[in-house]
Design a binder for this molecule. Sequence first.
Ligand code: NAP
Length: 445
Amino acid sequence: MHCTPYQPSDASKPYDQIAHMEYLIDHYSRPSWASLSAHDDQQPRPTSILLTGSTGNLGSYILALLIADPNVARIYALNRSSPKGPAFERVAAQFQKKGLDVAALRSEKVSFIEGDTTKSDLGLNNASLYNEIRDTITIILHNAWPINLRNDLTYFEPQILGLKNLIDLGHASPHASTLRFVFISSFQAYQSWHMHHNALLPEQPINETAVGCGIGYGASKYVAESVRDSALAPTILLGQSQILARSGLNTTAMRLTQLCGTTRADYWSPFEWIPILMSAGVQVGVLPDVAGLMAFVPMDDAAKCVHEIVSCKQVLPAAINVSHPRPISWNILFETINNVLKEQRNLDPLPTMPFSKWLLFLRDSAYLAKIRHPSLMLIPGTRGMAISNDDIVRRGRQDVDHFPKPHLSIDAAETYSSSLRDLKEITPEGVRGWVEYVISMIPNL
Ligand SMILES: NC(=O)c1ccc[n+]([C@@H]2O[C@H](COP(=O)([O-])OP(=O)(O)OC[C@H]3O[C@@H](n4cnc5c(N)ncnc54)[C@H](OP(=O)(O)O)[C@@H]3O)[C@@H](O)[C@H]2O)c1
């Protein structure tokens, strides 16, 4: 199966994102998923995990935890190939940068595999390896996904195909009925939830395409959660299961909140949208005034939650939301920038501007255009966030509303993850470490 880009039935009509999303859900859902292989002997098996995306920020932390976990017997670390070098070396570079134990990557229980999930054999070109993975894995943890706030939904179609191929792998397993399939989703999958509901996002499948509309990245996560078996349509109507759950496998969509720097407090990937916007603000000399609360979870803490939830013994629900139980005000981020600029560079405090106006200010900044600042590419993708931020200001709910929306219910997540339950509030010192790191990355300041 190849990607088959969406063609609207009537090209003269304006683009209809809901129709596009529903096309993808139907196109990549397989009727054959209706029945699971019945020959599973239900014997306990050593935990063997297929993990995608360990070259990334979250994936590398998850991999480190899986390697250190004595209950995990085998890890297949599947990554795409890249001109930047072999997957092993890219993971090792991530470990190095994050202060993780690089030597642990030599553990006999890890196999580094390069492949392509858009291919039905996952691009392994090795039938015996594919069969070995299929026959032994007990968990598929699908974490790889491009975080790209610029491109539209079409850009993400290969990811939906990749998800389908991983579900097919799970179905082909002789242990399909006991296999656990965890998909790392995002709060952005429900980026328009707040426009339709005045409630927390529940930890359950949502069958309401309109709430996933907005930037292509979030819409693609909604679609992924929604890939289904059309033969199970009556089940969907009963509201029992959504997307992945409709795959017939034992699936869980884990919707992560915005992740931030690490608890070591001296690193926040400079390629993430918030560090990019922070650096843009310093460079143009005006900071955004962002309203509301942030429920960010540090990257390494998020990995701990994922690890605990993925490896817990109980049956997991079809959807789990991971968000910080003790959110803090956004203002702390920009106040800290000003404090650090004063102390380290003897600069006067930078003025602030409401977030939506500030984005327009960035767009019009000739200086940023001249230095080709990456923030300029983020502006279209953050427009929806700016609108929801304006809404928080208008309603005067600075101490209640979360930004970006939606605000997630986390009851189930707290049940399965003691790390999440006990997560410490992000401290000013923590924020300071990230700010200092971002400022240190700004050239010629
Ligand atoms: N960061 C957040 O705030 C956040 C919030 C909510 C959910 N999430 C989700 O958490 C997961 C990990 O995010 P992260 O922050 O660790 O991102 P990241 O550092 O950018 O890592 C992404 C991983 O996915 C792989 N990947 C990217 N594009 C791919 C493609 N087209 N085909 C195959 N693999 C691809 C990357 O491989 P390469 O190294 O080859 O690029 C990397 O291993 C993602 O599913 C993301 O949607 C993240």
